[in-house]
Unconditional design. Structure first.
Length: 211
């Protein structure tokens, strides 16, 4: 994974800081976050220990910046594909295409966000907050696309897609990547096929209110 280019040249990242973040991106994804120590990061990025601590202060801060950069890149890529989609249905298809492409990549080692969550079990840890915000951002985009398709239970349907999304990335890592990609695409298709059923259930006299 490469880092997204800075949006403002005045805020461009110093070369040494970028090298450290790129080394972390490569090593954390391949070997795990806790398995990679500061000395290894310093060696791989060709900086001094003083330079490392000048830019990040601690490994914890580096981990958070790594996850924020990964989230920014993933969301920017998804947003671009949604903007170029001819319809909201095509926008949802872009998400399934992204999952399929990830699962077919030779360097895929599972979702880096799910992997990071497994290494940081405390739900109050700042790392977990970044991971939660990333998935909530995807869920928000999925919800809006579903609303645009006319789905009257868009939020509930988005939850179904998100469960399938995380599940596909996990199963594709530990099990069958092809089967996981197909299952995720079919899960999204089923949600779209259920739009008319959901609409009828939401409007039927005496039906419970579902939020």
């Amino acid at each position: 994974m490469t880092l997204p280019a800075p949006a403002d040249s005045a805020l461009r990242m110093p070369p040494a800081k970028r090298r450290i973040l790129e080394a972390a991106t490569r090593l954390f994804a391949a070997e795990g976050i806790r398995a990679v120590g500061v000395d290894r990061l310093i060696h791989e990025s060709s900086v001094t220990k003083a330079t490392f601590y000048k830019h990040f202060g601690s490994k914890d801060r580096l981990i958070q910046d790594y996850l924020r950069a990964a989230s920014a890149q993933a969301l920017a890529s998804l947003d671009e594909r949604i903007r170029s989609a001819a319809s909201p249905e095509d926008g949802l298809a872009a998400l399934t295409d992204d999952v399929s492409a990830a699962l077919q990549s030779e360097c895929f080692r599972g979702s880096l966000f799910v992997n990071a969550a497994a290494e940081f079990p405390d739900p109050h840890d700042p790392v977990r907050q970044i991971i939660a915000e990333h998935h909530e951002a995807i869920a928000g985009r999925v919800t809006e696309l579903l609303r645009q398709t006319g789905h009257v239970l868009a939020g509930e349907a988005a939850d179904q897609i998100m469960v399938a999304y995380v599940g596909a990335l996990s199963w594709g890592h530990v099990g069958d990547p092809i089967g996981a990609a197909i299952a995720f695409r079919r899960a999204v298709e089923r949600v779209l096929d259920d739009r008319t059923v959901a609409a009828w259930g939401a409007r039927a006299p005496g039906s419970p209110i579902r939020r």
